[in-house]
Design a binder for this molecule. Structure first.
Ligand code: HAM
Length: 426
């Protein structure tokens, strides 16, 4: 017997039964983001490795440890995208979008790849729904974006998700904070993991999001970034909070949150769900402002803010909610003999063309086995076709939930079905 081939670890198949939840979330995102004026973009799944090195940062876990990097046949170093912000910025620069409009709002959804240690809610191919707004440096843009996430989560009926906020300052005030942080970390050198002992010199902020528990304990007692903000950064952060309060959006300021990517300036935020279904993977989304990244990638001096939600994690939460996402067929046609099989094929074809969700068992089989299948399909109605129906052109629609059968002519099944379906109690 030949050996079975399994899927790649950390990469999941999505099958009917579950995919409906994904489609529903994606649909809500398209709807809500559209209301905020965001247009969808699709960028390739593979990019030049240097794009992520120069934006997300060489010392981050994402780039340093988790990227799927390979050489193509032409000897180029390419990487599967670990996130969507850098590819979107690359596309923005490449298409000179800043010359076409002062403010641009884009969203995207699709798979991202990180070679992470797997657990519930953390995979190696995972899906993000993200958005980026280019051209506005004002706190109002950050707030509008957070409002969009809040409205998106509301549209999914997801509750108990808290918004955490912080400001990481900018190139004017961050050096002083860095210096203080390095001084503090040096004093705790022995307590840090080997990676952090190195990062402390090369990129001290990354020590703060190290997954090692000891490093986390050191980070928790370190200097507070908010105490180092310069006046413009402080004003921006205050304005942000005032505007959030104005919209009735609740938040918590968390000065320890730095996020695991290098490109952020000023605002950073995370949406955290307190739900056991997610285990420790409780961050359902995160983002922030990155006013200098575009320039750093050789593009124009355009400020930007964005976020990404983890679709896999949203789906885990929705599965727990017990809500139904699958759509049952309107009708299951049962054909009791061979002649009726042909009629079932033409009848179902016609009904589907007329917009109804219709099923029938192409294998035929006994009345009992087909009724069983009809029952399992969850169809709202069944219609049995036999010799009598074929010759008379008349049949009966039977509501699976019970009640008197409804006589119909075979020409009028769609009309009758619609009338009775719409009149049916929910
Ligand atoms: P991130 O925090 O790295 O940010 O990822 C955003 C979200 O993606 C996380 O909050 C989480 O829900 C989900 N996620 C990340 N890694 C995994 C994984 N291995 N398995 C399942 N879900 C995961 C970014 O990627 C930034 N690009 C966000 C952003 C957009 N910042 C500005 N614009």
């Amino acid at each position: 017997m030949s050996q079975k081939i399994s899927g790649v670890k950390g990469m999941n198949d999505l099958l009917p039964g579950e995919i409906e939840i994904w489609q529903s979330v994606e649909g809500r995102a398209r709807d809500v983001f559209g209301r905020f004026g965001y247009g969808e973009i699709r960028t390739p799944m593979v990019e030049d490795t240097a794009l992520f090195v120069r934006s997300v940062g060489e010392e981050t876990d994402i780039v340093g440890k988790e990227m799927y990097t390979f050489e193509d046949k032409g000897g180029r170093s390419l990487s599967l995208r670990p996130e969507g912000t850098a590819p979107a910025a690359r596309a923005y620069i490449e298409h000179s979008v800043n010359n076409q409009e002062p403010v641009t709002r884009w969203f995207y959804m699709g798979p991202m790849f990180r070679y992470e240690r797997m657990k519930t809610g953390r995979y190696r191919q995972f899906y993000q729904i993200g958005a980026e707004a280019y051209g506005a440096k004002e706190a109002a843009q950050d707030v509008e974006m957070m409002d969009m996430v809040v409205q998106f989560l509301e549209s999914l009926d997801l509750k108990d998700i808290s918004l955490n906020l912080n400001s990481l300052g900018d190139e004017a005030c961050r050096p002083a904070y860095h210096a203080k942080l390095v001084e503090y970390l040096k004093a705790h050198r022995e307590e840090l993991c080997g990676d952090c002992q190195r990062r402390m010199e090369t990129n001290p902020l990354r020590v703060l999001d190290c997954k090692n528990e000891k490093c986390q304990a050191v980070a928790a007692a370190g200097p507070n970034v908010l105490e180092f903000l310069c006046e413009p950064c402080r004003a921006h952060f205050n304005d942000l909070q005032r505007k959030l309060t104005g919209l009735g959006i609740k938040y918590v300021v968390n000065p320890r949150m730095v996020r695991g990517l290098d490109y952020y300036t000023r605002t950073v935020f995370e949406f955290i769900a307190a739900h056991p279904a997610l285990g420790t993977a409780s961050t359902v989304g995160g983002g922030g402002r990155y006013d200098t990244m575009m320039k750093g990638l050789g593009g124009p001096d355009v400020p930007a803010v964005g976020f990404a939600m983890g679709l896999d994690r949203l789906v885990l939460l929705l599965k727990e909610s017990g809500k139904k996402f699958t759509q049952a067929p309107d009708l299951f046609v049962v054909a009791v003999d061979e002649g009726s099989q042909d009629l079932a094929l033409t009848l179902t074809s016609r009904l589907r063309r007329e917009g109804l969700r219709v099923d029938f068992d192409t294998r035929g089989g006994s009345l009992k086995s087909q009724m069983k299948r009809a029952d399992k399909s969850g169809a709202h109605f069944t219609l049995v076709l036999g010799e009598a129906e074929r010759t008379s052109g008349q049949a009966k629609l039977k509501r699976m939930a019970g009640g008197e059968p409804i006589p119909v002519t075979l020409d009028d099944v769609a009309k009758a079905l619609r009338a009775h379906r719409d009149a049916a109690p929910a």
